[in-house]
Design a protein around this ligand. Structure first.
Ligand code: F6P
Length: 362
């Protein structure tokens, strides 16, 4: 009688807020897992919700393409769906058991620091073979130089700043551009510098409204600039010298609107100010070449780590190479804030961008 050898069964899921590049990771994992190792690859829909419901979709190289055209490399979002909140840890035993019920031999989880912390708890509880791939437009996962999704989001914001600059200049207006970043200012800092902003406010650096207003006045009086662009991260706190909305401590109160009101006040209503909240536009779109490259290299390496029997690791980009780092170590240092010795903060200051008064806090 022939002995039928069971093919290794690899699960893959996407968890937390989506971002461009997730489908490129899925594509790389499916291609490499099947072509190189002859594994079965199962997509778990909606992350831990799919595990709870014992749902798994067989993925195949040719099942993903469209008459020979492979759309996944370029497509935003995630074909597997994702959840950004959940009562996952209340049902830890049920989720852990699903790994056995679905007969998984290993799992790859693509997530930001919040999702990876949850998945790491499940891995430990269930003794899973688990490899993590970092993704987040917030760029706040530690121990990696790059994450999937950040570069596309930066480019989306830079494009918006370019468009807003001309309408601001035409009307002599101050444009406040609110971008994502609940606790870390990487997105605002990178896009603000690359997009030519005049003011960048991030959660890590205290600022004053007087400082912002003095800077705008200097632009106008000294340099003849009658418009300005201010990039504000959604997680920015109230100004040290705030006169308005002292209870405005959360993104939900609209930090961009708050900053606009404060500037209006300090300019005695002389400045014409508009606010643009970019919101989830930052999470959409076609992944940039860099995000596709990082996604593909991460997916390939995650598969190789599974093949090598590794677990509890995260793929990381270091000095242009992909390597494996301990997931426990990553989670100890995440969320990663803008660093006190950040050369980008110094760059912003050297270029005459107002980025707050104080030292970096985190
Ligand atoms: O974690 C990334 C992020 O984009 C945050 O910057 C933002 O606050 C959050 O997701 C919003 O996510 P959602 O609307 O999906 O809950």
């Amino acid at each position: 009688m022939d002995i039928i050898k069971k093919r290794k069964r690899l699960g893959i899921l996407t968890s937390g807020g989506d971002c461009p590049g997730l489908n490129a990771v899925i594509r790389a994992v499916v291609n490499h897992g099947i072509s190189t190792y002859d594994w079965e690859v199962l997509g778990i829909p909606y992350a831990t919700r799919g595990l709870l419901e014992r749902k798994a979709i067989p993925l195949s190289r040719h099942g993903l393409d469209l008459r020979g055209i492979d759309p996944l490399l370029n497509m935003g979002g995630t074909i597997l769906g994702s959840i950004n909140k959940g009562n996952t840890l209340d049902r830890i035993d049920e989720i852990v058991a699903s790994y056995q019920d679905l007969q998984l031999d290993a799992l790859i989880g693509i997530g930001g620091d919040g999702s990876l912390a949850i998945l790491n708890k499940l891995r430990t509880a269930g003794n899973w073979q688990f490899i993590a791939i970092p993704k987040t437009i917030d760029n706040d996962v530690a121990l990696t130089d790059r994450v999937v999704g950040f570069d596309t989001a930066v480019n989306t914001i830079v494009d918006a700043l370019y468009r807003l600059t001309f309408t601001a200049a035409s009307h002599d207006r101050i444009m406040i551009v609110e971008v994502m970043g609940r606790s870390a200012g990487h997105l605002a800092l990178h896009s603000g510098i690359a997009g030519g902003a005049d003011v960048i406010l991030i959660p890590e650096i205290p600022y004053t409204i007087a400082g912002v207003c003095e800077h705008l006045a200097e632009l106008r009086d000294k340099w003849g600039r009658r418009f300005a662009i201010a990039v504000v991260a959604e997680g920015v706190k109230v100004a040290e010298d705030s006169s308005l909305y002292p209870s405005c401590q959360t993104p939900s109160c609209g930090i961009g609107q708050y900053i606009a009101e404060e500037i209006r006040n300090c300019s005695h209503n002389e400045l014409d100010i508009r606010v643009s909240v970019l919101g989830h536009i930052q999470r959409g779109g076609i992944p940039t070449a860099l995000d596709r490259l990082v996604a593909t290299a991460f997916g390939k390496t995650a598969v190789d780590l599974i093949a090598a029997g590794e677990t509890g690791k995260m793929v990381a980009w270091k000095n242009g190479q992909v390597e494996a780092v301990s997931l426990d170590a990553v989670l100890l240092e995440s969320p990663l804030h803008v660093a006190a010795n950040s050369s980008l903060v110094e760059t912003a200051r050297a270029l005459g961008i107002y980025i707050g008064n104080g030292a970096i806090t985190s």
